[in-house]
Design a protein around this ligand. Structure first.
Ligand SMILES: Nc1nc2c(ncn2[C@@H]2O[C@H](COP(=O)(O)OP(=O)(O)OP(=O)(O)O)[C@@H](O)[C@H]2O)c(=O)[nH]1
Ligand SMILES: [Mg+2]
Length: 572
């Protein structure tokens, strides 16, 4: 039904003040978009106006009427950012004037290249004047058709409608597959219905029941219903002008410039890296207004090389790679195309050059999560290494391995390893390096610990332990103790103590024999049997517990059932 008749395209007017834009919109749509009392009193447009435009074959597109006054260029930009094609209006009697040129420049900077020129008020001037104006318009916009019209007499209106239809037929609004994104241009409070936010749906779709997020405030909202041109629709698609009702949201919670997006799909950022398109030279650190979506944010331009800049914004915006921005300071200075909508704080012309060339891979070195990169990626990433959710360069991986090997070489030969890096990517990335993981350390594959220059110290320690028997000895060189334990020459006890391996076996036998006879052994009994102090007896029993030989039951130690079961099963 009507929904199929709605083409997901938006036409935006452009042109100098008083050249007849609003009258032409009314002649085309029957709607007077100058609805504010002040607009009616002063006879000029101040805010954006909206009307559905019916094409010759009954299909409808959206029409946005913008003000021409030089003080309202910022409003014109907010209206123009979401449009697909322009309707440039030139007064046939006056010809092109300053905002004709400025609006055209803005359209070009926004990448809006298709449209139609309407020479208006042809009823008020002679044929020769119209001819001159037409010649000038053709020169100004060589690729667009120029149609002579009069909103007063209706002359040329149907021809203009047909011409707009021809251009519309050649355009497709892209972004259907991208996550939902809509920049609010108005929020209206409707009694008994709540707040309705209107805007052009840049990408994705929106329907009743959807959960979206208002950015940059980060507030989650639920969509109650969606209208396109005052008619309820189940879903609206990219390119359509929509009115979205948001229950529970106050009108003042939503301002022009805010975005309604699929939660988390777009970065919210105080910085934008752009490739510049200058109309006038823009100095380093220049203060400008950045127009993006329907937002107008003050910013500092931090130049990088001669083509690029980082825009440091006073307020955050929600942007995506390839978005256009307009830079103004009283006049339109130029524009930019977003290379990175959420860049690190720096001026790095080399990195931006690579991004501009589409070489995202070249900007990747250390691991980054691939989902954090989707803002700068237009398609699949090749030429990088991957592990789990991480991407990184082959060169970085080689450097990592090199660094780990260097540190391993410098490590104590008695334990020639390095602790595992405690970074988020470690678990995914470390399996790719040619090192061996043992416990919480990395070693050269197949490497074994060696005593190196500490053989004498080892012998001295062994002699000391032998002399001490089952008495625990404090060992200061923990690495040496670990090494000797690994080679079966001592057993480490708590608190940095150790006993000789043979003495430990003696102590263990005492426990096993006593348990076999009595069913268990107390600390006191064990101490008496081995003939040590209470503390040493305690350390020995704790080690037996830790080894799984014994466990505590009340005051006594008993031999673990597991060992007994294993024995009986084996004999069965
Ligand atoms: N004779 C004649 N006068 C026209 C025609 N269209 C507009 N006008 C006159 O031009 C005036 C301005 O027209 P608007 O449509 O309001 O101009 P605009 O371009 O929307 O102006 P801003 O929105 O302020 O930039 C009108 O008040 C009319 O007097 C036309 O086709 N013929
Ligand atoms: Mg107007």
């Amino acid at each position: 039904m009507r929904y199929d008749a709605e083409m997901p395209l938006t036409v935006g007017t452009a042109g100098h003040i008083d050249h007849g834009k609003t009258w032409l919109v009314r002649a085309l749509t029957g709607k007077n978009t100058d609805r504010l009392p002040e607009e009616q009193r002063r006879g000029i447009s101040i805010d954006l106006g909206y009307a559905p435009l019916e094409l010759a074959d009954g299909r409808r597109v959206s029409l946005i009427d913008v003000p021409g006054h030089e003080r309202f260029v910022r409003t014109m930009v907010a209206g123009a950012t979401g449009i697909d094609l322009f309707l440039l209006v030139v007064d046939a009697g006056e010809g092109a004037r300053p905002q004709t040129f400025e609006h055209l420049a803005i359209l070009r900077l926004l990448g809006i290249e298709r449209g139609v020129v309407a020479l208006t008020k042809v009823d008020a001037v002679d044929a020769e004047t119209v001819g001159l104006a037409e010649e000038e318009a053709r020169e100004l916009v060589p690729d667009a058709a120029v149609v002579r019209v009069s909103a007063r007499t209706g002359e040329g209106i149907e021809e203009l409608r047909a011409e707009l239809g021809r251009v519309a037929d050649q355009l497709v609004h892209t972004g259907t597959d991208a996550p939902t994104r809509l920049y609010a241009d108005r929020s209206i409070s409707i009694p008994g219905f709540g707040t309705v936010v209107t805007g052009t749906l840049w990408s994705g779709s929106v329907g009743g029941g959807d959960r979206l997020r208002l950015e940059p405030s980060g507030r989650d909202v639920r969509v109650r219903s969606v209208q396109v041109h005052d008619e309820d629709v189940e879903r609206a698609g990219a390119g359509q002008r929509v009115a979205v009702s948001l229950p529970g949201v106050e009108r003042d919670d939503v301002q022009r410039g805010q975005a309604l997006v699929a939660p988390g799909a777009y970065p919210v950022s105080y910085r934008l890296d752009v490739v510049l398109d200058e109309l006038a030279p823009i100095g380093d650190n220049a203060r400008v207004h950045v127009h993006h979506g329907t937002a107008d944010v003050q910013a500092k331009v931090v130049r990088a090389g001669d083509r690029f800049a980082q825009l440091r914004l006073d307020r955050p915006v929600v942007a995506a790679r390839s978005d256009r921005v307009i830079l103004r300071a009283g006049t339109t200075l130029g524009g930019g195309t977003v290379l990175d909508p959420s860049p690190p704080r720096h001026r790095d012309a080399v990195r931006l050059g690579r991004l501009a060339a589409g070489d995202v891979a070249a900007t990747i070195h250390a691991p980054v999560r691939v989902d954090a990169l989707r803002h700068v990626l237009s398609d699949d990433l090749s030429g990088v290494e991957r592990a789990g959710p991480w991407v990184f360069s082959a060169a970085w991986l080689a450097e990592l391995e090199e660094e780990l090997r260097t540190r391993i070489t410098a490590a104590d030969p008695i334990d020639p390893g390095v602790p595992l890096p405690s970074t988020a990517w470690a678990a995914d990335v470390l399996p790719l390096v040619a090192l061996e993981r043992r416990g919480s350390k990395l070693y050269l594959p197949g490497s074994t610990p060696t005593l190196d220059g500490r053989a004498a110290a080892a012998e001295a320690l062994e002699a000391e332990l032998k002399g001490a028997g089952v008495r625990a000895t404090k060992v200061d060189d923990e690495e040496l103790a670990r090494f000797l334990e690994a080679s079966g020459r001592l057993v480490r006890l708590g608190g940095g103590h150790a006993v000789g391996a043979e003495a430990f076996e003696v102590a263990k036998d005492v426990v096993l024999v006593e348990c076999a006879a009595e069913g268990g052994i107390t600390l006191g009994r064990f101490r008496d049997l081995v003939g040590t102090g209470r503390r040493d007896a305690q350390l020995l029993l704790e080690r037996l517990d830790a080894d799984g030989v014994t466990r505590r039951v009340g005051e006594r130690r008993v031999v673990r059932r597991a060992a007994t079961e294993t024995t009986s099963r084996r004999s069965a």
